[in-house]
Design a protein around this ligand. Sequence first.
Ligand SMILES: Cc1ncc(COP(=O)(O)O)c(C=O)c1O
Length: 346
Amino acid sequence: MSTLDWNSLGFNYRKTNTVLTTVYRDGKWSPVKSQNEDKINLTVCSPSYHYGMSCFEGLKAFRGKDGKVRIFRADENAARMKSSCDFLGLPCPTEEMFTEMCIQAVKENLDFLPPYGHNASLYIRPIIITTDPSVNLVPQTDGIMFMVFTFPVGTYSGGQVLQTIKTVVGRDFDRAAPHGSGRFKVCGNYAGAMFAEREAVRMGYGDVLFLDPATHTYIDEFSSANFLGIKGNDYITPLSDSILPSITNKSLCQIAEDIGMNVVRKKFTLDEIEEFDEVGECGTAAVITPVSVVDDKPTLRSNTITKSYAFGKNGECGPVCRKLYKHLTGIQFGLIQDIHDWCIVL
Ligand SMILES: Cc1ncc(COP(=O)(O)O)c(C=O)c1O
């Protein structure tokens, strides 16, 4: 077992024991190779570098109170990677292969799977890139590399769990184009959102909230997490074809239903959140990160705040987000019965 300080991991890459790779050529995947080195040798002309021909996933493995290791909803990540590959025109590993490689990666890196009790986990990053040289703007069908690597993570912010963040609306920036690639986990989406994200952080915010790119009327999502709102007994989350279908959000919707809440998926405007009791962002990395403030401005970098929406008492996480967080992580750490069979138990 590694001797890392499990309480202060944050969300940062560190090298672990092994990286798994396989390459698709002539209609089949090569036998999986496990290597200690976390570097690969690539042509200068990979379309992944030049044209963003790549997609990835993110999921987590947890060490439970019962000592068992659980991987959360790998089948959902496999399905989402398939949709990203189909969009890019790339071959994709089957669900079985995706899952098997995630399991192998976790088993080979158990030294880095945090012990129970630190709100920490092993992040699993499957990624697809192209390894044959090409400058042509055509989908690649050969030399496709699928890699899986892992690293231990704590909270996204590096602080305590359920610490609230302040956010700002990115009125003059879009994360994705209307009818574009926003609903796929393709690498290019992330470069496109980074400028707005960096400017928001420079101004002291934790994240940017993007509006729907077609009309800038409805709430879409944060830079790398979905939006959730709580209003009375309603769990409200945006309906949009330009947001990433979050597996955490899907799970929280199910949990909300399981505990007797109404789940509402709809288009809603920024004004409507004034009525919300709680707001949060959700994702594999963010889990639930409660939002204390959403500032609206004429433009992202403006010094004028048009309207400030505040949530929670004294800037603290509200009771429903706390309850949902406890339920979700309870399933992941084996404290609450996994009635929907979401976890693969190793
Ligand atoms: C843009 C975006 N939205 C939402 C999410 C949350 O998705 P998930 O819960 O599947 O991690 C992520 C993270 O993967 C993301 O990058």
